[in-house]
Design a protein around this ligand. Structure first.
Ligand code: ARG
Length: 564
C-alpha cells in the first residue's frame, strides 16, 4: 500500500462516517517542511459538525489513530501530522526500484492504443529552426513518456514539402543559383535564394507572379518543376537527418504535405457532399462563424489547395490507417487557430473522433526577446547551436576531468543533452530566451547537472566494489539525511503519469533536477561507503537514484554518460 493510502485509511477509521475516502484524500496536505511530517490533515472542516475547536479535534484524533506503519503521529495546532516509518518505507521503495529497474513507473493505461504524434515537421529548403527543435524534442519526449504509460506512439514527420514557397524557391534558384552551389551547401544556399526572393519581391511584385506560376506547374505535374522539387527535398532531408541523428530521434513516417496530393479531391468532395462547402469570392470555404472562427479556406481561386486542406486529408488518413485512440500535433502556439479550425471542420463533417485530436502547443524560443524568423534571415541555425554547446561542454570536461577517455563522445552527449534539457525543463507553453552559457553549465538547473549527478552516483557504485546490496533483505534507512531522496524515488510513477496526462515533459525534467539536488545534498552530508550495517541500504539508494536519473533523462531523450 502506498504511504498516502496508509494515511487515508488510518484517518478513515477514526473520522465520522459521512466523510468519504475521497474527501480525506483531497484534504491531506504535504507539509513544506519535514519538521511537520510527511502528511498533514487539517481539521477545520470538522469544527462545525463536531462543535469543537479544531485544535481539540486534532488532539483527539491523535489519541485514537492506529500508529502502525508510522514513526509517530502528533498534532500541531489544528493539524494532525503523520511521520512515516522511514526504515520500513525505504526498505519497500528501494526493493521495488532495484527489482523493477527500468520498468519502475510503467503503467498500462494506454492498453497498446496507437497515438500518432505529428512532430518536428520542418519545411523543406529551409534550415531547421529552433522552433522545429522544440517540436522535435517535445514530441520525442512525449512519445517516450506515453510508451511508459502503455500507448504506442507513431512519430510522424509531417514535412512542409508542398506549397507556394517552392514556387518562390524555383524562381530564386533559376535567377541567382547554380547546381554546384546548391550541392556544396544545400540548405544555406537554398535559404539564401529564398531570403533574396523576399527582399527583391518587395520592389518587384512580378516575382510573386512568377513564383505562383511555378507552383502551379508543380501542381500540374510539370517535369522540370517536379525534378527541382524532388532534388530540393532530397538534399534537405539529408541535412535534417544529421540533426535527428545527433538528437537520437527517429520517425515512423515521413509523410509530409505532398503525400496528400492525391487525397485532396476526396476530402473536398466529402466536404461538398455534406453540404459544407461554400463559395466566397471565387474561393471555396467552410464557414465556422458559429464558433467565432474565421472561415477555413479549402481551395483558392486558382484551384490550389491549402495547408488546412492537407491537414484535413492527413487527419482522416491517420484515423483510417492507425485507428488512433488519440492524435497529437506538437506545433507552436502561433498555429492554435489553425488547429481549432481543423478540429471544427472535422467535427462538422461528422467525425466525432475529432475530439481525440490534441494540439500540443508550445511557446517561442526568442533571441534577445525577439522572435526568430527565417524570412528576415534572423535565424539561429540549430546545427550551430549544437556545435557551440558541444564545444562548451568539451571545455568544461577538459577542466574537470582531463584524463577522461572518450571525451568527444561525452562532450557530444553533454552539449546536445544540455540544449534538449533546457528546452524541456520549461513548461512547453512558456516562451524562453536562449543563452548558451547558462544552458551548458554543470551546476544549477541544467541537463549537465543531472548527467553529472548520475555519473557521480555510478562512480560511488564502482568504488564500492560490491553489489551485495542487490540481494540484501534489509534495505531500511532511517537516516533523516536520506529521507527527501527516498520520498522522491517513490514519487517517480506519479511524475510519469502527470507528465503523460498533461503532455508535459517539463514535469519529468523538473523532477530530475529535484532528485539530483536532493541526492547531492545527501552525498555532501553522509559517508556512503563506510562499512557498517547501513552500507547495503545506502548503496541501494545510490543505485536507485542512478536508475531513476537515467530513466528520467531517457524520457527526455537525453543521454546519460557513465563518466564525465
Ligand atoms: N511545417 C509546418 C511549419 O513549420 C508545421 C507542420 C505541423 N504539422 C501539421 N500537421 N500541420 O510551420
Amino acid at each position: 500500500m502506498d504511504s498516502k493510502q496508509l494515511t487515508v485509511q488510518a484517518l478513515q477509521k477514526v473520522l465520522p462516517d459521512d466523510i468519504s475516502e475521497e474527501q480525506i484524500t483531497n484534504l491531506i496536505e504535504k507539509p513544506k517542511s519535514s519538521d511537520l511530517g510527511d502528511y498533514a490533515f487539517p481539521t477545520f472542516i470538522l469544527a462545525k459538525s463536531l462543535h469543537k475547536a479544531p485544535n481539540m479535534i486534532a488532539e483527539d484524533l491523535v489519541g485514537q489513530i492506529d500508529q502502525d506503519g508510522f514513526e509517530k503521529v502528533v498534532n500541531t495546532g489544528a493539524y494532525v501530522n503523520f511521520f512515516l516509518d522511514k526504515g520500513n518505507f525505504s526498505n519497500n521503495i528501494l526493493h521495488t526500484v532495484l527489482s523493477e529497474k527500468e520498468n519502475y513507473g510503467n503503467a498500462d493505461e494506454g492498453k497498446g492504443g496507437n497515438v500518432p504524434i505529428d512532430m518536428s515537421s520542418p519545411n523543406i529548403a529551409k534550415p531547421m529552426s529552433m522552433g522545429h527543435l522544440r517540436s522535435t524534442v517535445i514530441g520525442n519526449s512525449i512519445a517516450k513518456i506515453i510508451t511508459k504509460l502503455g500507448y504506442k506512439p507513431i512519430k510522424i514527420n509531417h514535412l512542409g514539402d508542398w506549397g507556394t514557397q517552392f514556387g518562390k524557391l524555383i524562381v530564386g534558384y533559376k535567377k541567382w543559383g547554380s547546381q554546384a552551389e546548391v550541392e556544396a551547401d544545400p540548405i544555406n544556399n537554398l535559404l539564401k535564394y529564398y531570403v533574396r526572393f523576399h527582399k527583391e519581391a518587395e520592389t518587384q511584385p512580378e516575382l510573386d507572379d512568377e513564383a505562383r506560376a511555378w507552383f502551379k506547374k508543380m501542381e500540374d505535374g510539370d517535369q522540370e518543376a517536379l525534378n527541382l522539387w524532388t532534388w530540393f527535398r532530397k538534399l534537405s532531408l539529408a541535412e535534417f537527418q544529421k540533426v535527428y541523428d545527433r538528437l537520437d530521434v527517429t520517425f515512423d513516417s515521413y509523410n509530409g504535405e505532398a503525400f496528400y496530393n492525391d487525397k485532396m479531391d476526396d476530402v473536398i468532395k466529402t466536404i461538398q457532399d455534406k453540404g459544407l462547402l461554400e463559395e466566397s469570392r471565387g474561393a471555396e470555404i467552410v464557414d465556422l462563424s458559429e464558433l467565432d472562427l474565421s472561415p477555413a479556406l479549402i481551395r483558392k481561386t486558382d484551384g490550389a489547395t491549402l495547408y488546412i486542406t492537407r491537414d484535413l486529408a492527413a487527419a482522416i488518413y491517420r484515423k483510417n490507417t492507425y485507428h488512433f485512440v488519440k492524435s497529437l500535433y506538437v506545433v507552436g502556439s502561433e498555429q492554435s487557430e489553425h488547429f481549432k479550425k481543423l478540429k471544427a471542420v472535422l467535427k462538422k463533417m461528422g467525425y466525432d473522433w475529432s475530439d481525440d485530436i490534441h494540439h500540443i502547443d508550445f511557446g517561442l524560443i526568442t533571441n534577445g526577446g525577439k522572435k526568430l524568423s527565417t524570412r528576415k534571415g534572423r535565424v539561429i541555425l540549430l546545427e550551430n547551436v549544437l556545435n557551440d554547446a558541444v564545444d562548451l561542454a568539451k571545455k568544461q570536461i577538459e577542466e574537470k576531468n582531463p584524463d577522461l577517455k572518450n571525451k568527444d563522445e561525452v562532450a557530444e552527449a553533454v552539449g546536445v543533452g544540455a540544449v534538449v534539457f533546457h528546452d524541456l525543463k520549461n513548461e512547453r507553453r512558456d516562451n524562453f530566451d536562449f543563452n548558451l552559457e547558462e544552458v551548458v553549465r554543470f551546476e544549477g538547473e541544467t541537463g549537465p547537472y543531472v548527467q553529472y549527478t548520475n555519473a557521480r552516483a555510478l562512480s560511488i557504485l564502482r568504488k564500492a566494489k560490491t553489489d551485495d546490496y542487490q540481494n540484501a533483505d534489509d534495505l531500511s534507512l532511517d537516516d533523516s539525511e536520506a529521507w527527501d531522496t527516498i520520498k522522491l524515488l517513490q514519487q517517480f510513477p506519479e511524475i510519469v503519469d502527470r507528465a503523460g496526462q498533461k503532455y508535459e515533459p517539463s514535469v519529468v525534467a523538473k523532477y530530475a533536477l529535484k532528485l539530483a539536488k536532493s541526492f547531492n545534498q545527501y552525498y555532501a552530508h553522509s559517508k556512503i561507503l563506510t562499512e557498517d550495517d547501513g552500507l547495503n541500504a545506502r548503496l541501494g539508494l545510490v543505485k536507485s537514484v542512478s536508475i531513476i536519473l537515467q530513466m528520467s533523462l531517457g524520457l527526455l531523450g537525453v543521454r546519460a554518460p557513465e563518466e564525465m
